[in-house]
Write a protein that binds this ligand. Structure first.
Ligand SMILES: [Zn+2]
Length: 405
């Protein structure tokens, strides 16, 4: 096996600027793109890296010669939005990444190879919000299980991506807000998980993970500027500008659920009043339509009833869409996305939710931004954050501090 260094790193500063250094750096960039995109063409590698087609062609020939890259001849589109033709895949069957998704009330874990194939995954229902330490312990056990099932040695895992349902201060490896996920405050998640797993970890919030999943395999492919909205128990946004996630100074960028819509509105758990989540989140909808019913409702049941014609359920979902649209319109004015991707459990309502979102964006966004933006459903719903945590590991491993892989 030829040891590979990864993008942007040089261990030989004396050779900085030399042709050999440049060649090695470009080779690392090609490998980084293959790891992030999974399967791609030479033309896409050239476009993503900014290298000339001739340079990419020479580097790819070398990588094929060394057995690190092989070709897949796709006669038809691959079903993931890819174009037909010869595509390239990074061949490294022994290496893998782990993804861990902490939801508010569940935990999901998966292991995938560098060719973006999920090899094994597990799900557990658990009160993650209030039992943070238990959730961390349980996730470590589940990682053992998926690695065993996939036959992957721990030493072969190059990174574990972790998504948590609240803002993340990535520099400190902690939760970035004391009020949004109180059970996790003070916990050094990255440090704790590195200790439990014996792996390098990267953490991010759930909406950013959803955005990464859509960017890598879903509705955000080949789109450099989009907003992914997770509408579920909470409402959050993962913002991609110029092909990169926008995280902000302390990791709270995209906390659209706490946009104030009514200063005199209901008190929100974040400490403010009239936040979007107080009127348009899953719990807010359940509170509205649950009154006077003998049946204990869940969000999927409300969506089912709405699809069957229940007037109150339909009104509650479309009103939520209108309110979400008001907040998203503000976002469109700020970042001018090409696409708004609606994900999370509420997106199962389809156009009943998306229609009013589109209408609000038209009403409240400057015309040029409103004309430009498409509002589309997410490709992934239940597994978005899990797949996104894998994408986080795949992406961050290309920026990894250490070689070799
Ligand atoms: Zn709030």
């Amino acid at each position: 096996m030829i040891p590979l260094r990864v993008a942007g790193r040089s261990t030989n500063k004396k050779s900085d600027g030399s042709l050999a250094w440049l060649r090695e750096r470009n080779r690392d960039r090609v490998i980084g793109v293959l790891r992030t995109l999974g399967r791609t063409s030479q033309a896409d590698i050239a476009r993503t890296t900014g290298l000339s087609r001739t340079t990419v062609s020479t580097l790819v020939a070398e990588l094929k010669e060394s057995g690190l890259v092989f070709e897949v001849d796709t006669k038809a589109p691959d079903g993931r939005g890819g174009r037909p033709g010869v595509q390239l895949v990074l061949q490294h069957p022994s290496l893998a990444v782990v993804g861990i998704d902490f939801g508010h009330s569940h935990l999901q874990v998966a292991v995938a190879d560098l060719n973006h194939t999920v090899l094994a995954e597990r799900r557990l229902d658990l009160d993650v919000n209030n039992r943070a330490a238990d959730a961390l312990d349980a996730s470590a056990l589940m990682v053992e299980e998926v690695l065993a099932e996939a036959g992957i040695e721990r030493a072969a895992v190059i990174c574990a991506g972790i998504g948590i349902p609240g803002p993340v201060n990535r520099a400190r490896g902690t939760v970035g807000s004391a009020t949004i996920l109180p059970g996790w405050v003070g916990l050094r998640i990255a440090f704790e998980m590195e200790g439990r797993l014996g792996l390098r970890v990267e953490i991010d919030n759930d909406a950013n993970c959803g955005a990464l999943a859509e960017m890598t395999w879903g509705a955000g492919r080949e789109c450099s500027n989009f907003a992914y909205i997770k509408a579920a128990t909470g409402i959050g946004a993962g913002l991609v500008t110029d092909g990169r996630l926008l995280r902000g100074a302390s990791g709270t960028a995209g906390e659209i659920g706490h946009t104030t819509l009514d200063e005199a509105g209901a008190l929100c758990y974040c400490g403010n009043r009239g936040c979007l989540e107080t009127v348009a989140s899953g719990p807010a909808i359940l509170q509205l339509v649950g009154q006077g019913r003998s049946e204990a409702l869940t969000l999927p049941r409300v969506i089912e009833l709405a699809a069957a014609g229940d007037i109150r359920c339909r009104r509650a979902i479309s009103d939520a869409g209108r309110e979400i649209g008001v907040a998203v319109a503000g976002l469109c004015n700020l970042i001018n996305p090409e696409r708004v991707i609606i994900g999370g459990a509420m997106s199962r309502a389809g156009d009943l939710l998306l229609g009013p979102i589109r209408e609000s964006i038209r009403r409240h966004t400057v015309l040029a931004a409103a004309d430009r933006v498409d509002v589309v459903p997410a490709v992934f719903v239940e597994r978005a954050e899990l797949l996104g945590s894998l994408a986080l590991a795949l992406t961050s491993s290309t920026e990894a501090r250490s070689a070799p892989v």
